[in-house]
Design a protein around this ligand. Structure first.
Ligand SMILES: *Cc1c(COP(=O)(O)O)cnc(C)c1O
Length: 442
């Protein structure tokens, strides 16, 4: 393969056999979670009713997850990955020409799987752990979802593993963005509008505020309560966990092989951050060179209105509204933060995964924020030039790349910019229409 081609493919035989476990090689510690109320570290036994055990072992950095940089991908997972992986790395030549930039721009496509985003990469593994664990009694996975990306990914994963799937979907999206709800329904999931009457958390919120439009924090509290009621249920989480980051390292590992094939090394890697999983998995295998002194730059993009990494506090906080989850050391806007109603549902988290937070704190990763309308304009430009409709979340990364390419034009630098296209926007057209005002008559 040569650098003159647009799409850089890897053969299925080169699908990575291991995930990259970054924390085993970082020169600084990523602190482990603390008990929600007691002044001590979390132990497996505290949460073995809630999470699949393997997820807990990863999250608490137990045993090999503290020491081994490479974690073998189970054969079952590799088989399902091969349905849509390795995903192509694409050179954005039309976008480059449009911008007149000396930079090369590449994007890694994570929109080409059944759920339409990177989230399926980890949803599948979480369902697999839950279903295949020794003495597993698990019959269903429970979760919360905003715009529905995570719920859709989990619904399809559960379908693949023969598990049921219960999804608490924040009310505003449940009512206004029904298409992913339909997708979840087609995959066999049960979807509830959150706050719901199924849990105490939901009932109490609705008593005080019957019109409450819901939030991811509330949805997560409901999901946790729902799991507690039945030993056969387990929680699945998309974004804030380290196990999601570990599984998403498949994105970066493929990207690394693809860039090596065309003899390029990235000068700047960009991604959007909600909980931080796609971006952190994308950069993971490149982090050791950065830490070792290579000039490669990493840039995490967040919405101006949810500036967790850029302006949040670095401290212990809960991942959910009701303080049921462990406390984790991260950048946070506070677990009671109610995000503004932006159209990038997947970026509406109050915190960022501890490993990404530690990378920012240690100056390995830089950050930038953009406003909603410029992001959606970037999404439109990407569709016009590259013919790909990015998810609103991913459009943040598109704008990050455009912004960096413009910098390169000013300085004349021959940069290699690589970004992660975390998902497609075909079920987000209502948001595009609202922001870009597509519905106004002539
Ligand atoms: C959920 C989501 C995100 C944000 O989640 P991360 O954990 O930060 O990756 C980004 N893009 C898309 C398309 C999403 O669905």
């Amino acid at each position: 393969m040569t650098a003159s081609e647009n799409k850089i493919y890897l053969p299925e035989s080169q699908l990575p056999r291991n995930w990259y476990n970054m924390v085993a090689e970082l020169p600084f510690d990523v602190p482990r979670p603390l008990h929600p109320v007691e002044d001590r570290r979390v132990e497996i036994e505290d949460y073995d009713w809630l999470w699949p055990l393997e997820c807990l072992r990863i999250e608490l950095q137990e045993g090999r997850y503290r020491t081994d940089p490479w974690i073998e991908i189970p054969e079952f997972i590799a088989d399902v990955y091969r349905r849509y992986r390795p995903s192509p790395l694409v050179r954005a030549r039309s976008l480059e020409r449009h911008l007149g930039t000396p930079a090369e721009i590449y994007y890694k496509r994570e929109d080409l799987n059944p759920a339409g985003s990177h989230k399926f990469n980890t949803a599948l593994v979480q369902a697999y752990y839950a279903a295949r664990e020794e003495n597993s009694e698990t019959h269903s996975m429970v979760t919360d979802t905003g715009a529905g990306q995570w719920g859709a990914a989990l619904a399809m994963a559960c379908e693949t593993l023969g598990l049921g799937c219960d999804v608490f979907m924040i009310r505003k999206s449940y009512e206004e963005k029904p298409y992913r709800r339909y997708l979840m329904g087609m995959a066999g999931a049960d979807v509830y509008s959150s706050p719901s009457r199924l849990t105490k958390t939901g009932r109490e919120i609705l008593k005080d505020d019957p019109e409450n439009s819901g939030s991811l924090g509330i949805g997560m509290s409901e999901a946790i309560e729902f799991v507690k009621e039945d030993r056969g249920r387990r929680l699945a989480l998309g974004c804030m966990s380290y196990y999601a980051v570990l599984h998403q390292s498949i994105i970066g590992l493929e990207t690394k092989l693809q860039l090596e094939q065309i003899d390029r090394s990235p000068s700047l890697m960009i991604g959007c951050v909600g909980g931080g999983s796609n971006f952190t998995g994308f950069i993971a295998p490149f982090v050791p060179e950065k830490v070792g002194g290579s000039p490669i730059e990493f840039r995490a993009i967040e919405p101006e209105s949810i500036p967790t990494l850029s302006r949040g506090e670095y401290r212990y906080d809960w991942a959910d509204f009701s303080e049921l989850t462990p406390r984790i050391l991260m950048y946070t806007l506070g677990h009671r933060f109610v995000p503004p109603p932006v159209h990038s549902g997947g970026l509406r988290y109050h915190g960022k995964t501890p490993v990404l937070s530690a990378l920012v704190k240690n100056d390995v990763v830089g950050t930038r924020t953009f406003g909603q309308s410029e992001v959606f304009d970037a999404g439109r430009l990407f569709l016009k030039t590259e013919g790909v409709l990015a998810a609103p979340e991913s459009a943040h990364a598109v704008l990050g790349a455009i912004d960096a390419a413009k910098d390169a034009s000013r300085t004349g630098q021959k940069q290699v910019i690589v970004f992660c296209l975390s998902g497609h926007g075909y079920l987000d057209l209502q948001g595009f229409s609202d922001v870009l005002d597509l519905d106004s008559s002539d």
